[in-house]
Design a binder for this molecule. Structure first.
Ligand code: GLC
Length: 554
């Protein structure tokens, strides 16, 4: 069994170069600025950065509309700055993965420009066309309420083109073998420049081939295998992390049999976590976790609380979603696309440290690899004055200085959150760094603990019964070591009786504090948790190092 799958215990941190740190004083974050902040990220304990798109772009969807796959947006630097950055990240022990946005290009991409000029020419079949407006053109929009249709008439081509996202993002025909070759070429380019893999955008659409008249392939999932195979040949330890908000039945296809995506975001656990937190009842989350299929050896879940998009609650029932809306974002202006919330975690939880810690402690201990959204380690909030998903994409809050220390320019690329309890004068790195009790320092400590518990990333897990439905208890087993983690999702303190699931009676050693637990009543434990309390225990026995003290390790 290969044990050097680094991503099983990575701590991933997602950021947008544009809003992280301005290194040249022009108001826009850039690679020079990001490079300067590598010490900060290494200090926090991050082991892998996920960079959102930074390529040349008309920038109408925050860079997810790429017009050149082989360059750097000149506002952020150039390829030299990119390589200087990946090189230095490596010296800090930090890997870099980047977004791979190949479901669509920008309409300004030369391929689309050539295709619309000459739909019968070489690039015509790169996109998805129709002579007539398809009947289902007003169905399946990813951004309902903002984007009215999935087909748009192009005057130049005199044809309709397909786009699941905005009309300036024409879908590529990924069943065209030439397009597939282009995708691999893009991957090969960035791998050569030092990245350790890709967060693959919109994967369910890459395997759907909707609207394609004569698909060039029979099995659309073969693309994922081609990508994985190519990746392994070019860089053996590189990864594919899929954005795939799909059901547990479907997700099996995305992992494949160790031959498709290594990591898939657990959207179902994410949405049910928020329902559980709203109700103070672990049941929805437990049900979501129990639905997870057994994963192949190289596969792993990626867990997150918030990301750069809306908090998508589309997989909850209408009533359940409304319940979460009422609790975490009751105003219409906080909601988006009829399914989500455009808020950050800390503000949704009213800055309540108990709930914020509970949420992160849980995210760091759910089966899988944790993924953080920049600024959430401080408890940044959103700016609802910005449109749609921009609300959660404001510049990083470094200090109480003007523009939060993000830039020396008069006008930052996006306005910061400057007022109220989450404004940069209150919430910033400089102040939290000096305060041992700050959320930043708490996050640093919990990340250190997470890295010291490889069982969580590698282990076989099972949910333990507790006598209280507010409490989620998970046991992990790996190489003769075991951990038990407890989270009380309710505001009410409680005492739970716990059978740790092992063979023998043994103590539970608290990994975070001195508060250990001895078995009572046979091998059961009785643990008292505060409202929103959490415990990480290492199970005291079954440790081979202790059992076979004298035997040298082979
Ligand atoms: C993904 C991204 C989102 C983007 C969309 C189109 O869903 O997460 O931000 O708008 O793809 O590329």
């Amino acid at each position: 069994m290969i044990e050097d799958l680094w991503y099983k215990n990575a701590v991933i941190y997602c950021l947008d170069v544009e809003t992280f740190m301005d290194g040249n004083g022009d108001g826009v974050g850039d690679f020079v600025g990001l490079r300067r902040k590598l010490d900060y990220l290494a200090g926090l304990g991050i082991t892998c950065l996920w960079l959102m798109p930074f390529q040349p772009t008309p920038n109408r969807d925050n860079g997810y509309d790429i017009s050149d796959y082989y360059g750097v947006d000149p506002r952020l630097g150039d390829l030299g700055d990119f390589v200087a950055f990946t090189h230095e990240a490596k010296l800090h022990g930090i890997r870099v993965i980047i977004d791979l946005v190949v479901n669509h290009t920008s309409d300004q991409h030369p391929w689309f420009q050539a295709a619309r000029k000459d739909p019968d020419g070489r690039f015509g079949d790169y996109y998805v066309w129709s002579k007539k407006r398809p009947k289902d053109a007003n169905k399946g929009m990813v951004f309902p309420g903002v984007q009215p249709s999935t087909w748009t008439y192009d005057k130049e081509a005199k044809l309709w083109y397909f786009h699941r996202f905005f009309d300036f993002q024409p879908d590529l025909n990924v069943s065209n073998p030439e397009v597939r070759e282009q995708i691999l070429k893009v991957m090969g380019f960035w791998l050569e420049l030092g990245v350790s893999g890709f967060r693959v955008d919109a994967v369910p659409f890459l395997v759907e081939l909707k609207g394609v008249k004569n698909p060039g392939v029979k099995n659309p999932y073969a693309l994922l295998e081609e990508m994985r195979e190519f990746l392994s040949w070019r860089k053996g330890d590189a990864i594919l992390l899929a954005e795939a908000n799909v059901t547990m039945d479907e997700v099996v296809e995305f992992f494949g049999k160790n031959d498709r995506m290594q990591l898939v975001f657990n959207f179902l656990a994410n949405q049910n976590f928020y329902l559980s937190l709203t109700r103070g009842d672990a049941t929805p989350l437990v049900d979501a976790l129990k639905e997870s299929p057994d994963l192949p050896h190289t596969a792993q879940w990626a867990n997150f609380l918030r990301n750069h998009d809306e908090l998508d609650l589309g997989r909850l029932s209408d009533e359940d979603r409304q319940e979460v809306f009422q609790s975490l974002g009751p105003d219409k202006g906080m909601q988006l696309y009829d399914r989500g919330l455009r808020r950050r975690l800390a503000s949704m939880l009213d800055g309540d440290r108990r709930r914020i810690e509970l949420a992160y402690s849980l995210m760091f201990t759910l089966p899988g690899t944790p993924v953080l959204w920049y600024g959430d380690e401080l408890g940044m909030g959103e700016n609802l004055a910005l449109v749609e998903r921009q609300s959660v994409r404001t510049p990083m809050q470094w200090s109480p200085e003007p523009h939060g220390g993000f830039t020396l320019a008069d006008k930052p690329v996006k306005p910061l959150v400057s007022e109220g309890p989450f404004g940069f004068p209150q919430v910033n790195v400089a102040q939290q760094r000096r305060d041992p009790a700050s959320q930043l320092n708490w996050t640093e400590r919990i990340i250190r603990a997470r890295k010291e518990c490889p069982e969580l990333g590698w282990g076989a897990w099972k949910i333990l019964r507790t006598s209280n439905k507010g409490v989620l208890a998970i046991r992990y087993d790996w190489k003769g070591n075991a951990m038990v983690v407890l989270h009380n999702l309710s505001s009410r303190p409680c005492t739970v009786k716990l059978d740790t699931g092992g063979e023998e009676a043994c103590p539970l050693y608290n990994v975070l504090t001195e508060d250990h637990s001895e078995p009572v009543d046979g091998k059961r434990h009785v643990v008292t948790l505060e409202g929103y309390g959490y415990r990480w225990f290492r199970v005291g026995q079954d440790n081979p190092a202790r059992k076979h003290k004298a035997e040298p390790l082979r």
